[in-house]
Design a protein around this ligand. Structure first.
Ligand SMILES: Cc1cc2nc3c(=O)[nH]c(=O)nc-3n(C[C@H](O)[C@H](O)[C@H](O)COP(=O)(O)OP(=O)(O)OC[C@H]3O[C@@H](n4cnc5c(N)ncnc54)[C@H](O)[C@@H]3O)c2cc1C
Length: 501
């Protein structure tokens, strides 16, 4: 293997899953090369430049940035040059005749819902249950050793929180509807609006169908160190790739992995005309994309992993340049807008619109702001159409997004000077994700989501990271998922060997 560079770990893809995996492997002393097809990191959570603006490609809001949480710890450890701003409110929800600025605490949310006419007693029952589950599950996203394979402190933590979780285990596999019924909250409309809106952007399904413990903990998303990263979420991805270098790893950009072959007890990967070999590969790709790289050698279990991902979503986008009108909020601001609360929160009936802060360095020409707007689109629906039908569907959804923005946030819509479209095709082209599938596996009620609790290789030495595997979607979840999978792949101690053998 003279012309082949030999390393310990190859990571394919510099999304947050790949970044978390590569950084952790490098910190554990492995010789790591991270290959990224694009010339910048972040994938679905990258920030790209166009026409003098820096637009967040997909993700706009990041959790895990409060002191002691995963991203904050990495920022401190490597002295990453980032400016993190608190958000107030984290999100502003609007529907026709209704609005709610998300309070910074659970008690604040209960008070706001009571002020909107919800009776307090059932709300308190619901949020007590919600808090119990969230408090038990969220700290697992603070440190890689708290997810299998546990390290010593992680195991102690897991045993303690496991005990705290026991009363909530009765909800596992069941829909959130069951919790709403049991607590007497099913008919509380303002609560349902909040739950539907938050569930659609976190667990990727409406509240009634969402798997209860995952949905209950995801409801804490905005209270767990969610903040604004100056320069866009991609600035955090770039900073983490700098951290990787500090830790002794190497990130190669414009280096698309073009083939993956099992050879000599490891894996050979071709990228940018060079051949790399490693005993361990961590693939930050969808299962269908790993299967495509492997060709006929793809193991059948990739098909099983790919099936629920294929039932997921694509995204339709608007990347807008705005005049900085005086009517706009001065800080970074996130709007979640709902057209018809009784219809599905998808396809332009529900949009998430994120505005950069006034004067935020590099985001927009002077006197302007950058805005990223997104909505969900069913890939199954798109798949069933011919190319003309697909184009018509996407452009209809874009039209609906523009109309909703004009209707519910006229001060924002009125300041738009230019708008660039994005679609599943855009995500496929830029991130390489099959069919432009984003957001991982929708968390509908059922036990299947817990299958990946313990990371296992899909073939000897080949591991998956990213939002299609546990713990799933979001910048934080993929980063911690990547980190814990790297620990498992490199032998994360006695517990790891026990659990992964
Ligand atoms: C519209 C939208 C809005 C979202 N909003 C939020 C939000 O506000 N907050 C939040 O936390 N999450 C949000 N998410 C979810 C979050 O962005 C994703 O769950 C997460 O970023 C996915 O990371 P990943 O590592 O799994 O994959 P990806 O981000 O897809 O990264 C994979 C990387 O691999 C690279 N790649 C692909 N093929 C190859 C190859 N052959 N060789 C080398 N490199 C390759 C790609 O270029 C990409 O950089 C949003 C997602 C979308 C689509």
């Amino acid at each position: 293997m003279n012309d082949v560079q030999q390393v310990d770990v190859i990571v394919i893809g510099a999304g947050f899953g790949g970044l978390g995996a590569a950084l952790t492997a490098a910190e554990r002393g492995a010789k790591v090369v991270l290959l990224e097809a694009l010339s910048y990191p972040g994938g679905c959570a990258a920030t790209f430049s166009r026409q003098g603006y820096r637009f967040d490609a997909g993700a706009t809001l990041c959790a895990g940035l409060a002191p002691g949480q995963l991203f904050a710890r990495w920022i401190d450890r490597y002295g990453l040059p980032l400016h993190i701003r608190p958000l107030s409110p984290a999100v502003e929800l609007r529907a026709p005749g209704w609005s709610l600025s998300m309070p910074p605490t659970r008690a604040g949310l209960v008070a706001a819902l009571v002020a909107q006419g919800c009776p307090e007693a059932p709300l308190l029952r619901f949020f007590r249950e919600q808090q119990r589950v969230a408090d038990a599950l969220w700290p697992a996203l603070d440190a890689a050793g708290r997810l299998p394979p546990f390290d010593g402190p992680g195991l102690v933590w897991a045993l303690k929180s496991g005990l705290r979780l026991i009363p909530a285990l009765r909800w596992a596999g069941r829909p959130l509807r069951a919790v709403l019924e049991a607590t007497g909250c099913l008919g509380l409309r303002p609560l349902r609006l909040v739950l539907d809106a938050l569930c659609q952007i976190t667990v990727q399904v409406d509240a009634l169908d969402a798997e209860a413990p995952l949905a209950l903990s995801a409801l804490d998303y905005l209270w767990r160190g969610a903040a604004h990263v100056d320069g866009g979420v991609g600035a955090l991805a770039s900073a983490l790739s700098g951290a990787l270098q500090q830790a002794g790893g190497e990130a190669r950009f414009a280096a698309r992995a073009r083939g993956l072959q099992r050879t000599a007890g490891g894996w050979a990967v071709e990228a940018r005309g060079r051949r790399l070999w490693a005993p361990t590969v961590l693939a930050n790709l969808l299962p269908q994309d790993v299967a495509a790289l492997l060709g006929e050698a793809a193991p059948p279990q990739l098909g099983a992993l790919a099936a629920p991902v294929a039932e997921g979503w694509g995204a339709v986008m608007r990347y807008c340049g705005l005049r900085d009108d005086p009517g706009l909020p001065r800080g970074a601001h996130h709007y979640e807008l709902i057209g018809d609360p009784d219809a599905a929160f998808v396809e332009g009936n529900h949009i998430f619109a994120s505005l950069s802060a006034e004067g935020e360095a590099g985001r927009a020409p002077a006197g302007h702001r950058a805005l990223t707007v997104s909505t969900h689109l069913s890939i199954a629906r798109l798949r069933g159409l011919d190319p003309a039908g697909q184009a018509a569907l996407v452009s209809g959804v874009q039209q609906a997004m523009d109309t909703l923005l004009q209707r519910l946030a006229p001060e924002v819509a009125g300041a738009v000077e230019r708008a660039m479209p994005g679609s599943p095709r855009t995500f496929r082209r830029f991130t390489g994700r099959a069919e432009g599938l984003v957001g991982g596996v929708p968390r509908r009620a059922g036990w299947s989501h817990y299958r990946g609790l313990v990371p296992r290789p899909v073939a000897p030495g080949l591991w998956m990271v990213g939002d299609s595997v546990f713990p799933g979607q979001s910048t934080l979840a993929t980063a911690i998922g990547g980190a814990r999978t790297a620990r498992a792949a490199l032998g994360g101690g006695a517990t790891a060997r026990l659990l992964t053998s």
